[in-house]
Design a protein around this ligand. Sequence first.
Ligand SMILES: [Zn+2]
Length: 102
Amino acid sequence: MLKHSSIKWLRLKEILKEIIGKEVDLHGSTSLLGDEVASVDSNGDVHIAINLSKVKGIEDIIEVVAHEAAHAVLGVEKHSEAFWTTKRGLEKDITKKYFKEE
Ligand SMILES: [Zn+2]
């Protein structure tokens, strides 16, 4: 398998745990409804479900987990201006940590 094609799920999970400050579990699903790309359930631990039929590569995955992490961090469902600012910040943070050399 080509090196660039493998996704470091556990690294991503650890980064999210660090950022959100809670246990995080990532779930891949082929049965999320409609256009849903990912969803978050954060009663206690955070569970992020990723729609495997919508995301194609690591950039997509980081974008959707940053989106869901922003919901978890802010504790809101709506997409306000503050939400998008937080989401962009988290996306940058996750990208930097994910691609950092070991
Ligand atoms: Zn959202």
